[in-house]
Design a protein around this ligand. Structure first.
Ligand SMILES: C[S@@+](CC[C@H](N)C(=O)[O-])C[C@H]1O[C@@H](n2cnc3c(N)ncnc32)[C@H](O)[C@@H]1O
Length: 399
């Protein structure tokens, strides 16, 4: 644009006209949404952006997918989880990297402010706060994108619109050499052709993709998690289509979980005790049984095959004191989940083991309720509650 002695405005409208992308223009919020969907920016940044730009409700993304703002962001949060760290997750990462102690983390989790300040992790390590965070920053660099990095990534992934670039430039004086087309060794005409093509295909893909993941799956989860299991059991058995759809989406979602797949993690433990008789409560597609050699009694609302018994897990067709271990892998879904625990207690042998895996976000403010319900049902927690990136793993014993 400097070479052509044009104003920035003239430059961009020329390109737009030349490429005929007037109708394919992405609004700032669409651009941001694309970035979020493509894991190119953080949820927090997106929120800031919405706030700063005072975006009206009609254009807000949750409106488009027919959701409340809270539901939408829960979904987005799940999508970009790997790329955004809450302060709690940062501390967790610090533990993994041996930058702080578990003790400090637990105190932090208890949200005790005075302890938090006293035990600031940088003091323990004899560092200034700024040195400490520079260290962390370098560890999580790949997970956090600043404005410049985001822009570059967007450019490399051909996700950026000229408007976004222009807005960005208004705030930051970029050198000529850092213009995206120079960085990619492209002429600006080629650059914008690429942008146009990619945006078109991304938009088309997103339109198909978003309702499936961000819409239906969370809608179903919400429905199942906020109703009594008797209601779910009746409805799902009257028409199992909903159950099948849920499992199709759940299978797709698992692809993003890497090795942190709860039924596999639990199977690793059970493989140490092949002699134990297992009850898989809410077994879904009965995948746990395929990872272990134990005898398994598998139960779910819908029986996927003849090895599964269809029932509400508040009442399983087993005698008292028959199982060595009961597994709840992501299956504490009904509002009456305490009845699941009571039923597990009935069918477990004395000192039998309960293994639970649940999404950590679901219980982060309700962990105490969960523990109370376990105690009330006659269980005692064993060992530490374990947290992975996405899940919480709890073991308890019948006593
Ligand atoms: C997210 S899936 C998990 C499936 C499997 N445990 C796994 O880890 O892949 C949750 C399953 O629990 C089942 N479920 C939840 N509450 C139930 C209940 N009260 N009775 C029977 N099945 C239940 C659902 O039908 C669903 O198949």
């Amino acid at each position: 644009m400097v070479k052509n002695s044009k104003t920035e405005k003239e430059f961009f409208s020329d390109i737009r006209e030349r490429l005929g992308i007037v109708n394919d223009y992405l609004s700032p919020e669409e651009t941001f949404q694309l970035c979020v969907d493509n894991k190119l920016t953080m949820h927090k940044k997106y929120l800031d952006f919405i706030e700063q730009n005072n975006i009206k409700s009609r254009t807000q993304p949750w409106f488009v997918v027919n959701k409340t703002q809270a539901e939408y962001f829960t979904d987005v949060r799940n999508e970009v989880k790997d790329f955004y760290l809450s302060s709690e997750e940062t501390i967790e990462l610090c533990i993994k990297e041996r930058l702080t102690s578990l003790d400090i983390y637990l105190k932090y989790r208890n949200k005790n402010d005075s302890i938090k300040i006293k035990s600031a992790p940088w003091k323990e390590l004899d560092k200034t706060q700024s040195e400490y965070f520079t260290d962390i920053r370098s560890k999580i660099e790949s997970l956090y994108l600043n404005g410049d990095e985001t822009l570059n990534l967007c450019v490399k992934n051909n996700l950026i619109s000229e408007k976004k670039y222009r807005d960005y430039k208004k705030k930051t004086i970029l050198k000529l050499s850092s213009q995206p087309w120079s960085l990619l060794n492209l002429s600006y005409v080629d650059f914008f052709s690429l942008v146009k093509e990619t945006i078109e295909s991304k938009l088309n893909k997103d339109r198909e993709y978003r309702p499936a993941f961000l819409g239906e799956f969370s809608e179903m989860n919400k429905k199942w998690n906020t109703s009594n299991s008797k209601t779910d059991h009746k409805r799902l058995n009257a028409d199992p289509t909903e159950w099948k759809k849920y499992h199709n989406l759940y299978t797709k979602l698992r692809e993003a979980w890497g090795s942190d797949i709860p039924y596999k993690v639990i199977a690793n433990e059970l493989n140490k005790r092949p002699d134990w008789v297992v009850g898989d409560f809410g077994c879904g597609e009965n995948l746990l049984s395929k990872e272990i050699t134990n005898k398994v009694h598998a139960f779910d609302h819908i029986a996927i095959d003849k090895n599964v018994t269809s029932c509400d897990i508040t009442h399983v067709p087993l005698e008292d004191n028959t199982l060595d271990v009961v597994v709840f892998s992501l299956s504490l879904m009904g509002t009456n989940y305490s009845e699941y625990f009571k039923e597990a207690h009935r069918v477990l042998k004395p000192m039998g083991v309960l293994m639970i895996a649940e999404p950590s976000t679901k219980w982060q403010d309700k962990e105490e309720d969960l523990k109370t319900k376990l105690t009330e049902a006659g269980f005692k927690l064993i060992g530490e509650i374990k947290y992975s990136e996405r899940f919480v793993y709890i073991d308890a014993i019948k006593y």
